[in-house]
Design a protein around this ligand. Structure first.
Ligand SMILES: [Zn+2]
Length: 67
């Protein structure tokens, strides 16, 4: 793996194939799973539109892992 995960969540998305995090909008959303948007290269919440802010390098690694 080229990218070194810097947080527990980065570690999680890069070690578990197909893993998508929950929405990060906390109490303002009923927290469905996000989906990976290959155009934005981030995770997006289908319910409230929340977009994750993972580092670009991290998401490139994720896309590579899950293609
Ligand atoms: Zn949401």
């Amino acid at each position: 793996m080229a990218y070194k995960p810097q947080t527990w969540m980065q570690e999680k998305i890069l070690s578990e194939k197909g893993y998508v995090p929950y929405c990060g909008n906390g109490k303002y959303c009923d927290m469905p799973r996000t989906y990976f948007d290959p155009r934005r290269m981030q995770f997006v919440c289908p319910h409230c539109g929340w977009v994750s802010k993972f580092p670009e390098e991290c998401m490139r690694e994720y896309a590579e892992l899950n293609k």
